[in-house]
Design a protein around this ligand. Structure first.
Ligand code: ADP
Length: 277
């Protein structure tokens, strides 16, 4: 990870070198990868979670990071931390995020480099990235600095994504995410029905819930449009590399998590035991 941190630091040079590479993608698609059995002792996976706003990247990535003993690094969290600080970029970031647009690649790489550097100084190794890369340019830069083992692409129908974003609540004290929406959507065009119970907070969080300022219906729709334009090509980038594992979320966490672990060839009990030794 040291090399990744160092190279990210000099990433401005990479931006210009790599600018023209996006058109060079191969046209041949590789099949879904079959994730290798992860050795829990190695604990240094380098995974990426992709997916539309509201799909649950943070929820699943954070649970897997605990199981695998690697940090969960969400660039959206890094942006919100900076936005809520009194730093020089705070106002600019607030405007961009509240228009549902993407922050510049330069700013994101800078925030991510700082996060990786501070993790490295604490002895972190491996990671699950959530919300990065979100443009092909970001994916190319990441590709230049390190090897990503696996990219998990989470999927849900658009109607569910909007309802989940509108129901999202965050505890202002501990930062945990909850959801007050009950999702009950009939499957269309041969797709199965989707039911998800609300994910309600414990009593000590209930009075401290806040809503993200960009979780309004109009901004969510704008974020979904930006995802289609800028981030869906990132799925193709990794599909061409044979690293993309597609996972259609079948329902709430109790139903979906075991199925995701199975698709990832992970055993929850084994991982938990090895985490305690
Ligand atoms: P979402 O629910 O839309 O996936 P995130 O929490 O990942 O939300 O990100 C919130 C906002 O932070 C995004 O709408 C965008 O403005 C900014 N952001 C996060 N990650 C990136 C990135 N990799 N590149 C550019 N902007 C980003």
């Amino acid at each position: 990870m040291a090399a990744m941190t160092r190279l990210f630091r000099s990433s401005s040079a990479l931006f210009s070198i790599r600018r023209s590479l996006s058109s060079a993608a191969a046209t041949e698609f590789k099949p879904q990868p079959s994730p290798p059995r992860v050795d829990p002792k190695a604990r240094n996976v380098q995974w990426v979670f992709l997916g539309c706003p509201g799909v649950g990247k943070g929820t699943y990535a954070s649970r897997l990071s605990v199981l695998l003993g690697v940090p969960h690094i969400a660039t959206g969290d890094l942006v919100r931390e900076e936005l809520n600080s009194s730093g020089p970029m705070s106002k600019q970031l607030e405007e961009i995020v509240n228009q549902g647009k993407l922050v510049s690649d330069e700013i994101i790489i800078n925030l991510l480099s700082k996060r990786l550097e501070s993790g490295e100084s604490k002895g972190e190794s491996g990671f699950i990235l959530d919300g990065f890369p979100r443009t092909v340019r970001q994916a190319e830069i990441l590709n230049d600095v390190t090897d990503i083992d696996l990219v998990v692409n989470l999927k849900l129908p658009e109607r569910v994504l909007i309802d989940k974003c509108l129901g999202r609540r965050i505890c202002s004290q501990c930062g945990k995410n909850f959801n007050v929406a009950t999702i009950d959507v009939k499957g269309e065009n041969g797709n199965p029905d989707i039911y998800m119970d609300p994910l309600l907070p414990p009593p000590h969080c209930a009075s401290k819930l806040i809503t993200r300022s960009d979780d309004t219906e109009s901004i969510v729709k704008q974020r979904l449009a930006v995802y289609t334009e800028k981030s869906q090509p990132v799925e193709d980038f990794y599909r061409h590399q044979g690293k993309l594992l597609e996972f259609v979320i079948p329902g709430g966490i109790p139903e979906s998590l075991p199925k995701l672990l199975e698709a990832l060839n992970l055993d929850e009990n084994e991982e938990k035991q090895s985490a305690t030794v």
